[in-house]
Design a protein around this ligand. Sequence first.
Ligand code: DGY
Length: 326
Amino acid sequence: MMPLNVYITRQIPDEGVNVLKKACQKVEVNPHDRPLTYDEMLKEVRGRDAIITMLSNRVDARLMQEATNLKIVANYAVGYDNIDVKAATVRGIVVTNTPGVLADSTADMAWALLFSVTRRIVEGDKLTRAGQFTGWAPMMLLGGDLVGKTLGIIGAGRIGTAMAMRSRGWCMKVLYTTQSRRNTVLEEMLGAKRVDLETLLKESDFISIHTPLSEKTRHLIGSQEFSTMKRTAYLINTGRGAVIDEDALVQALRNRQIAGAGLDVYEEEPKLKPGLAELDNVVLAPHLGSATVETRTKMSLMAAENIIAVLNRQKPPNCVNPEALT
Ligand code: DGY
């Protein structure tokens, strides 16, 4: 057993925790059923060799300054915009994430939101529970069809690809943007076309956001982009909230500039921008993209494996800053 001290900032599935407990002398988990405050984090990181962090934990230079023993920050998420990776790298702290294992569950969530908003499931549920379903009606809660429509994927990485692949069931045309190289899988299997953002916004009936949050993608979708989209279009976001200017989204939904939206993530999570929750043409989920038992279990094992590799002075399988290893 290594004489090492690991802290996990929120309860996660036991599988990963048990792996760590077998290998390390001390493994502590935040006992509260809530995220730690930043000040609590500052206290908890002192003396730790490794921490597993959640996407809601801000891990900045000041925090890493306090953690003089810290060797690895294993983020329990694929996105790591909550971590100052540059500050970690200069301190030789390895940052890891959990890619791949959550692509299917997150794509499923994006489709669940797409169906919910397009077929007005949440509105229908509310009406039914309220005792207002008085019988089948020819004009009640009419939604939109999916078959043969155009799906626009913003960010065709693993999750965007999984989202697009599921569109085969509805014979959709797929357009995509990507910051990296062409997605040959989507092009060969679906005949998908790589386009610029403006073309994607103009031509898509459904737009799904999967690009990571960075200074380049913050507010990628704002009032100008809403005015480019079709009035019948639906926007789905299971990536990061701040990719959309949420104030502009509220305006666009309120003015029916677009037909609707399905959101799993928010600009200032967990807060919602004023007006958002009052709108009927948006479905709101509490960041559940990877929230399946299978996926969260795999994520816990992955985070544990990354930590054990680093503590054994090996390259972790999911390192986002390999420069820190040198
Ligand atoms: C992630 O892992 O970054 C996702 O947002 C989880 O749903």
